[in-house]
Design a protein around this ligand. Structure first.
Ligand code: KG4
Ligand code: ZN
Length: 322
């Protein structure tokens, strides 16, 4: 069983052998936080307390198994909101003690990567993983299960954050990624927005392209929302794809993995697949956003490697991958 409460979704899932989803339940708090214009941490913690047990019971019911059929409990310990993480970790510890099940504390980003094992496999190590979400843009070299080297990361905004800010500038609403993608369908990359290449580094920077868009908007130089959205998306995707492909060549990888909420972006998926010298694995769109099946998959490989956590397991809100 996987349990995920790092931000504003309360999620529980049952996964068999690290790859077969038996159930995947997500209770979203998006509407509650929308009233405040963003996630309110104290409200999120209280919602997790209310939702955790029902969501876990639903995941068990959907899987159609009994408690005695579980082999372990995996739970997100970070990065995320401390109060939110604490709810999931304490429920997981209680279940682990009550049912004498081994416990695995999982990094949320590791979970996003392992969403790729829920596709039916095909991962050939070493791989480079591009993790692009609302909070992260990391390029990670993975040489085996649990073995991560972060080779590049954003120096300012995360890719998803940049999509959200660009959508706000253009008045396209929240969440910004899907809104930009929809608007971009009828547009062309004709605004010539800047790309931050940061030569010699696999790091990213997305604040410049966002500011360039803001200047154009302030100067009333945007005549087509569709062209603006398409130009912004093209600028972000071009940098992500070029650096990921360069890293794949340098490290002679067997496959490229996409992960995180921005991996749902069709333009990113298509361009990366076109330009990559090796197979590109991308989770189904509904497994790119926060869920507990990906946490269960990652936890399975922890337990396989004998990495069992005890009752002293604690949350680490600022947890890093490597
Ligand atoms: O992984 P995720 O669900 O939550 C975090 O852990 O951050 O990612 C959410 C982010 C948001 O910034 C959202 O705008 C972005 O992923 N996103 C997209 C798309 N769908 C979601 N960005 C671009 N294109 C999309 N289709
Ligand atoms: Zn996430």
């Amino acid at each position: 069983m996987g349990i995920e409460t790092s931000c504003d979704e309360t999620a529980a899932a049952v996964v068999e052998d690290g790859g077969v989803i038996l159930s995947n339940q997500v209770a979203s708090q998006v509407e509650i936080h929308a009233r405040y214009g963003g996630v309110v941490p104290e409200v999120a913690s209280r919602q997790h307390v209310l939702a955790a047990v029902p969501v876990i019971e639903q995941a068990m019911a959907e899987a159609g198994i009994g408690w005695g059929d579980l082999d372990g409990i995996a739970v997100t310990i970070g990065p995320g909101l401390a109060g939110s993480l604490l709810v999931g970790v304490n429920v997981a510890k209680a279940l682990s003690l009550a049912r004498s099940l081994p416990l695995a504390g999982v990094n949320h980003l590791e979970g996003h990567i392992y969403a790729n094992w829920l596709n039916g496999g095909g991962v050939v190590f070493p791989v480079v993983c591009l993790i692009v979400s609302g909070g992260h843009s990391d390029l990670v070299l993975m040489r085996g299960h649990g073995d991560y080297v972060v080779v590049g990361r954003t120096r300012d905004d995360a890719a998803g954050e940049a999509f959200d800010k660009a959508a706000r500038i253009l008045g396209l609403g929240y969440p910004g990624g899907p809104a930009i993608e929809r608007a971009a369908r009828d547009g062309a990359d004709c605004l010539k927005l800047p790309r931050a290449w940061l030569p010699g580094s696999y790091d990213f920077s997305f604040s410049g392209v966002k500011t360039a868009l803001l200047r154009l908007e302030q100067g009333a130089k945007i005549s087509s929302l569709a062209d603006a959205a398409a130009s912004f998306q093209a600028a972000v995707v071009e940098v992500l794809v070029t650096k990921t492909v360069a890293a794949a060549r340098e490290y002679r990888v067997g496959s490229i993995l996409l992960a995180g909420g921005v991996a749902a972006n069709q333009c990113l998926r298509e361009r990366l697949t076109q330009e990559s010298p090796v197979p590109v694995l991308v989770p189904e769109p509904w497994l790119c956003t926060d869920n507990a099946a990906m946490i269960a998959a990652a936890g399975y490989y922890h337990l396989q490697a004998g990495r069992v956590d005890g009752p002293g397991l604690d949350v680490i809100p600022g947890l890093k991958l490597a």
